[in-house]
Design a protein around this ligand. Sequence first.
Ligand SMILES: Cc1cc2nc3c(=O)[nH]c(=O)nc-3n(C[C@H](O)[C@H](O)[C@H](O)COP(=O)(O)O)c2cc1C
Length: 184
Amino acid sequence: MRVVAIQASPNVDGLTSTGAQRALEGAKAAGAEVELIHLRKADIRLCLACDAGWGKCRDEGVCVIEDEFEPTRQKLYAARAIVLSTPVYFGETSEIVKAFLDRLRRCERGAKERSPLPNSAVLGIAAAGGSGRGTVSCAQMLERCFSHLGLRLLDILPLTRWNRDYMLPALEEAGQRLVAFAQE
Ligand SMILES: Cc1cc2nc3c(=O)[nH]c(=O)nc-3n(C[C@H](O)[C@H](O)[C@H](O)COP(=O)(O)O)c2cc1C
């Protein structure tokens, strides 16, 4: 079974990435093949809102922009479970997570039963490296996107400077549980 983690901080070894890596360590210990994607290294552009809102995404399930959105989507398609770790910016997800998930939820609407995502499990991480405030509102954004994508939600965990000592082991455990949850 394959588990793919997306981490969306420009910092490849910061809090956001560490949270994703710990979840993957747990998934690997449970027998999964794992892959970490640094989303900021990918060329993911903003939705063009073609035709005043929706374009080919709505009916055909594809995006007209030729960048690394579709290859990243295919990596998620090949996984049975997904970890999505975003830095908390202003109490929300980072810009690139919003850009990626906005295009994904548009395209998934058109993909309908061709998409394997409704059978995939997801674990979200909201990493707030500053004051630690804003994890709840960020988690709400993630929860709504996961719901639009039809993903099966295991959990969305807040990760801060203040809770990292006990949250990183919890994320490792959550990664392990994700493997079992994805197979239920
Ligand atoms: C524009 C911006 C807004 C931010 N807003 C918050 C915030 O609302 N709450 C918080 O705790 N940290 C905030 N931070 C800090 C980030 O959450 C922190 O940089 C994040 O954990 C990424 O750290 P990492 O690179 O170590 O993963 C903000 C950072 C930036 C750049």
